[in-house]
Ligand binder design. Structure first.
Ligand SMILES: [Cu+2]
Length: 217
């Protein structure tokens, strides 16, 4: 009888210890430096890629005076100073969405990302058309290396390679009229919306011969 009471007391104590930990949220560990490394791991040392929404405590170790740790995403934008080192504890609430962390001075190389909950996939980038005019009297529009004959209506990126000072690339269609300059060369990126109908592209100085067309449905 006495033993049973003791067990009950122990269980009760464990229960009350567990409760505040749960309210506080899980612990995460962020480290940047001293070399060109940045990481966010959980208590098991596993790199964080997916988390449940909720409160978290992040222990941040900034071990370099030329790196920093910057975490941002829905409702969160926290960072350490680049010039300062130190240990910090951030209390954050993560909600469904995508979060990223970077070292700001080296954001292209020192970075990471994770999702919280099950956010919808990011929208696919628009298809990329390549328009080329010149250097001789040639003009073309391709998608994945193939000549464009018909496309679905929607958003597109057009990379225009104008390779001649005697030609330009001029694209027209429903509510669309874009052109490069005849006398200049260069590569340009256009974001366009193609609507149903016939589209034509020409080099204006020789619009009868240097030309093409495609349909949009
Ligand atoms: Cu850095």
């Amino acid at each position: 009888m006495r033993l049973r009471t003791a067990v009950a007391v122990v269980a009760c104590t464990l229960g009350s210890l567990a409760a505040p930990a749960a309210a506080q949220g899980a612990d995460l560990f962020a480290v940047v430096g001293p070399d060109f490394n940045i990481s966010l791991r959980d208590a098991q040392g596993i790199t964080v890629t997916q988390l449940d929404p909720g409160p978290y405590r992040i222990f941040v170790e900034d071990r370099s005076d030329f790196h920093n740790f910057h975490l941002f995403g829905p409702g969160v934008d926290r960072l350490t100073e680049v010039e300062e080192l130190g240990s910090f504890v951030w209390e954050v609430t993560l909600v469904e969405g995508r979060y990223r962390f970077v070292c700001d001075p080296h954001a292209t190389d020192m970075r990471g990302a994770f999702t919280v909950g099950n956010p919808p996939p990011p929208p696919a980038p628009p298809p990329r058309l390549v328009a080329t005019v010149g250097p001789r009297a040639t003009i073309s529009l391709t998608l994945d290396g193939r000549r464009v004959r018909s496309l679905s209506a929607g958003a597109y990126t057009v990379v225009v390679r104008d390779r001649s000072r005697r030609h330009n690339f001029h694209l027209t269609g429903p509510r669309l009229n874009r052109r490069t300059a005849v006398s200049r060369t260069g590569t340009f990126t256009w974001r366009v919306t193609l609507r149903a109908g016939v589209h034509r592209f020409v080099s204006d100085p020789q619009r009868r011969t240097v030309r093409g067309s495609f349909s949009v449905r």
